[in-house]
Structure formats: structure tokens, C-alpha cells
Design a protein. Sequence first.
Length: 160
Amino acid sequence: MKLGSLSLDSLATAAPRERRMLAVGAVAAALLFVFAVLVPLDRSVSRAQQRIAQKKVDLAWMQAAAPEIATLPAAPAANGESLLVIIDRSARESGLGKSFSTEPGAAGSIAVRMEKAPFDTLIAWLGILAQQNGVVVDSATIEKSGAPGLVNAAIVLHAG
């Protein structure tokens, strides 16, 4: 048998020991393929399907809650505080004080920039602003920041 050339003739004339080594190598290669490629791929697909199922449940809940939220009365006006003071105070109370900055916007609005803010805390803060202070979101751009659960956001707010 020549080194570097493998043919059916050389396989048929190979010693039983060489055939066993070849069979063991083929089985090892198949196992490596299964455990290095197929199993991680299957786990990734399963996790993605679970995330999609959870997102569908969340969406259904949000769609069911939307009509109820739309019928809520308008929030009371702020106690004479400026919009900037309301936003600054409520952000610090919500634990977002370290991750945000503000700039005055057009026509009495405030542009808020959040860096690596916890998404759940950010959404809860916006809800509190709307319910307790009548602050309305004009526009919002929210992007993931790389770390799970943290986002970067650019939000324009104005008094309602």
C-alpha cells in the first residue's frame, strides 16, 4: 500500500488492522461532526424557538392591554416643575441617573440620550413619566448595547 494514495483496491488488500483503524477514524469523524456541529446547532435553534414563543406571548399580552391603556384618563399636569427637572428627578429616582444625558429640543421638548440603560427600567421610567407627569414620547430609537438587557436610547419627550 502506497502512502498518500487510497483506492478501493488498496482498501481491499489492506491488513485487518488497517481496516479497523480506518473504521475507527471514520466513526470518530462522524462523532466529531455530530457533537461539534449538529448538537450546538440544534441547541441554538431550540433557544431561538423558545425566544420566539415568549415574544409571541408578550405581544399577545401587549395587544390585549392596549385598549385598556388607551382608555385611561390623561395624566395630571406637573406641579409647576419644568420638564427638565421632572425628567432629571424621575430618572435618578428610577436608577437611570448614571446612564442618561439631556439636551433642550425644539418647541419645549427635551432630547434624552441613554447609554447602557437596563431596558426594563427604561420602559418603566417612561411609563411613570407618562402616568404621573403627563410627559409624552415624541420619538424614540432604542438599540441593543451589546450586553444582554442593556440598551442605548435616544428619546424626545415633551409635556402632555
